[in-house]
Design a protein. Structure first.
Length: 267
């Protein structure tokens, strides 16, 4: 551990207020798959609950308004952190911590996205039709995950942490709900550029293994809290859900050609 590690806050701490969960780490670098995503350096990341029937499209103004209403008024450089939106009350958010990693999750399954491995040709019952991105309304349920590590990750390791977190989320949801996710899931990962360096973040590394454990336990705890608070049951199928899709189409599978364009027999 470096002196920088011991001089700073030991974790990515969070507070919630007025439907906003704020995760704090001074000068963290974040990578987000959500709205206005990508890489940025900021002190905070946010997960924001939206009300039922929410249909706003001016997302930047909406996020700014929600942060101000929640009393998170800070300099522009600090509020310019990633923000996720969810139909799940952040009161149902749960955090998990192991070693150098902290994860927070909100989980609801009103809009499951099923991926049958052996799809039936006529599989499109209920609301399980394919939908374009513009037709998918944010905040129907959503599983949002925010992961932070006190390690300083190499650029590729930070990007790979998205995959590690998404894999853990999907594995957990499959075990708990039989769906790998929803139509609006998002992941944010963050690291401390001044922490101890880590070149890799795969499942066999300290950071990757801790991320898998934290995401699994946070998602499972939030999912159970959400449905206990709502006194409701998880949907048993896409048809039973309020919304959702099932990817029933089959893709054309092919083998890449050799460089000279000649065919190579299948083995």
């Amino acid at each position: 551990m470096t002196d920088a590690d011991t001089d700073r806050d030991p974790e990515f701490d969070a507070v919630r207020r007025d439907g906003v969960l704020r995760i704090r780490r001074p000068n963290a670098e974040w990578l987000s798959t959500g709205w206005n995503g990508g890489r940025r350096v900021a002190d905070h990341a946010y997960n924001i609950s939206v009300p039922e029937g929410w249909d706003r499209t001016d997302l930047e103004a909406y996020v700014d308004d929600r942060l101000e209403r929640a009393g998170f008024e800070t300099p522009a450089s600090e509020t310019d952190g990633p923000a996720l939106l969810t139909g799940v009350d952040v009161a149902d958010a749960r955090g998990a911590r192991r070693g150098p990693v902290t994860a927070y999750a909100t989980a609801g399954m009103s809009n499951p996205a099923a991926l049958p491995v052996e799809p039936a040709p006529a599989e499109s019952d209920g609301d399980g039709i394919e939908a374009g991105e513009s037709e998918l309304e944010p905040g129907r349920g959503t599983v949002n995950v925010v992961v932070g590590t006190t390690r300083a990750l190499a650029p590729g390791a930070l990007a790979n942490l998205i995959a590690v977190a998404a894999e853990a989320k999907a594995a957990t949801l499959l075990a708990e709900t039989e769906f790998p996710g929803t139509t609006t899931d998002a992941v944010v990962v963050g690291h401390d550029p001044d922490g101890s360096q880590a070149a890799f973040s795969g499942s066999g590394t300290e950071v990757g293994a801790a991320t898998r454990a934290c995401v699994r336990d946070a998602v499972r705890a939030s999912l159970r809290a959400h449905y206990a608070a709502a006194d409701a049951e998880l949907p048993a199928s896409v048809a039973d859900a309020t919304y959702g899709v099932s990817t029933a189409e089959r893709a054309d599978v092919f083998r890449p050609a050799l460089e000279d364009g000649s065919a190579e027999p299948d083995s």
